[in-house]
Design a protein around this ligand. Structure first.
Ligand SMILES: *[C@@H]1O[C@H](CO)[C@@H](O)[C@H](O)[C@H]1NC(C)=O
Ligand SMILES: *[C@@H]1O[C@H](CO)[C@@H](O)[C@H](O)[C@H]1NC(C)=O
Ligand SMILES: *[C@@H]1O[C@H](CO)[C@@H](O)[C@H](O)[C@H]1NC(C)=O
Ligand SMILES: *[C@@H]1O[C@H](CO)[C@@H](O)[C@H](O)[C@H]1NC(C)=O
Length: 329
């Protein structure tokens, strides 16, 4: 068949190369993860992404004694976290995949499992919202008979709760209704997303505190404790290039203050630096992917830039990757 394709497109020289790689990729893709990953126990991208989610869930949920969980997942992307939370966490396959990835600790989340009663995902990109909802629906069809709560994904700007569409607010108001019930744990989950928020994280924090009465668990980026003015200047430049708000890169102290301003108690806030298990692994993976992908004509140019930027963070500590939890009780 390849020969036929070759003849049909004889004039296109590139077809003599390696670009039939695209025909060998297994579609639909098994996962569409996109975060910085937690690389302590793996060198595979999807596994690292799932591990980062598990690390954040562990930080938030292990100490939460409520019997029912409700989660607002801001920046849910193509729905991999949605699937993990609504489906995988209930099945043995999740347990096995996590155990096989070599982390004993990870299994704790699963043994402590409770059903997620309400899951609402939010993403800014319409195609991602559609794909995420479709994947949730499909996984439910396969999982008939299993008791599953409510799971929906919306396209909205998580940074600006006042702009959220009515249906999203309706879904969330169900969460808010029972937020004073001690049996119900309401959480805002933000996996590798809030440093993008224009103009700041504060509106979401305030909404989480005042409207949802929710605890927060997140993987986020902050400014390292010892940065020179030259480094900050260069950081400002890279923010401009990547259209990230520079003002979001605040110190750990300022980050805490922001949560306190939104209504969280200082004693209920924890920030843990996990940079060592994030940036070096990611840089190594990107380096390998660029090297392996280039001969097949995969367009890896933007990942080359990302590799360089994350390498700078890893080597200087200018930016730190942290797990943040802010509890309501
Ligand atoms: C998913 O399922 C819900 C109801 O179960 C339905 O309203 C919605 O249209 C479905 N969405 C997609 C993208 O399949
Ligand atoms: C908020 O949640 C806490 C703990 O879950 C609860 O004790 C408190 O009554 C709730 N406050 C409101 C205003 O619902
Ligand atoms: C945080 O939320 C509580 C209700 O859970 C509310 O009483 C308090 O005023 C809020 N704090 C701020 C600063 O809005
Ligand atoms: C590769 O992607 C970059 C942007 O990510 C784009 O500017 C460039 O034109 C692309 N190159 C090719 C050969 O498609």
């Amino acid at each position: 068949m390849l020969e036929l394709v070759r003849r049909l497109f004889r004039r296109q020289k590139s077809l003599y190369g390696l670009d039939h790689a695209v025909l060998n990729v297994v579609l639909p893709l098994q996962s569409m993860w996109m975060n910085m990953g937690y690389w302590e126990h793996t060198s595979k991208f999807p596994e690292a992404c799932e591990s980062l989610l598990v690390e954040v869930l562990r930080a938030g949920l292990l100490k939460d004694k409520s019997q029912i969980l409700r989660i607002l997942d801001v920046g849910c992307g193509c729905g991999d976290s949605s699937l993990y939370l609504t489906q995988k966490i209930h099945t043995n396959s999740a347990y096995a995949s996590i155990r096989d990835s070599g982390s004993q600790a990870h299994a704790q989340v699963i043994t402590n499992q409770r059903p997620i009663d309400t899951y609402v995902g939010v993403t800014l990109v319409p195609e991602q919202a559609a794909l995420a909802q479709q994947r949730i629906n499909e996984s439910r069809k396969l999982d008939q008979g299993a008791e599953s709560g409510f799971a929906e994904v919306f396209c909205a700007d998580a940074a600006n709760p006042s702009s959220w569409p009515g249906e999203l607010k309706d879904s969330i108001s169900d969460m808010a209704d029972t937020s004073s019930d001690p049996k119900v744990g309401t959480w805002v989950l933000a996996l590798d997303t809030m440093y993008h928020y224009h103009p700041s994280r504060l509106p979401l924090f305030q909404y989480a505190n005042s409207t949802l009465n929710a605890s927060i668990m997140a993987f986020d980026l902050i400014l390292g404790p010892e940065t020179s003015w030259k480094q900050r200047f260069f950081l400002r430049f890279t923010c401009w290039l990547t259209s990230l708000p520079y003002g979001n890169f605040v110190s750990q102290e300022e980050y805490k203050n922001l949560l306190v301003r939104a209504g969280y108690e200082s004693s209920q806030i924890e920030i843990r630096d996990i940079s060592g298990h994030v940036f070096p692994g990611l840089v190594k993976f990107l380096h390998q992917r660029v090297r392996e992908g280039t001969p097949f004509g995969l367009n890896v140019s933007k990942f080359r830039a990302a590799e360089w930027l994350f390498g700078w963070w890893a080597n200087t500590g200018v930016i730190r990757g942290v797990i943040v939890t802010a509890r309501k009780s």
